[in-house]
Design a binder for this molecule. Sequence first.
Ligand code: IPE
Length: 263
Amino acid sequence: MISGRYFLKPFIALIKIMILMKLGGSIITDKEKPLTANRNSIRKIASSLKNVKEPIAIIHGGGSFGHYWSVKYDMHTKPQRYSVKGVSVVKNSMVELNKIVLESFLESGLKPYCLPPSDFMIGDKPLINKVKEIPKIAKTGLTPISYGDAMWFGKNKFYILSGDRIMGILCKLLRPRLAIFITNVDGVYSDMKEKRLLREITKEKPITSEVAMDVTGGMSRKIKEAFSISKGGTDVFFVNGNIPKRITDAINDKGFEGTIFRG
Ligand code: IPE
């Protein structure tokens, strides 16, 4: 028997009209050099998005800004009583990186709309009504831009909210047409030594746990989010941001270079 969800899928695809995109810290910063943004890459990606007609919201990571300081101050995703100096420094560095991203988008002809995660999160829970505003803002022609950050949890505890986690939270509530993770590599590899690119990961052909374990720490967190997003019915792409045409080709269904997690 054909399930209702299967039957309705083409119609659901027609009404889903939003793209959520994560710009990884590996592509927007120079991970080898502390506090160094990769302005060239940000501008190239932003310019390529100028011709996309569909509403887009962007989340960016911390790279050599927020990540650098969160490692220095030993801060993690687990809510704890971290050094308040660390919280302050991580937050400031993310505002600084966000400013660079906002300026680059504006210079590239887009209309970025700054959206710190504290605007739509309380503790570690999303504020549903605020999250539901994001597609409305994106439909006006603005591009909402949020980012991973150090967050207040309550009871004097703070935590690091990663951009990848924000992708998971927003996709669950907004069910966008596509979720795209932009990094500085071609996609998800079966193992880093051989560099065999995994092109498609489906429910029928899932990634094995050995493969996932082979991938570096940062990538395994993205893979976990990608799995849960695709389970919610959204296709998830991993694309190399050094070749921005691959991003627009993925959006416009013009052949795809990277890894797809089928929704
Ligand atoms: C990092 O977000 C946020 C902070 C450390 C403040 P992400 O974990 O999503 O960043 P990248 O993309 O891996 O650098």
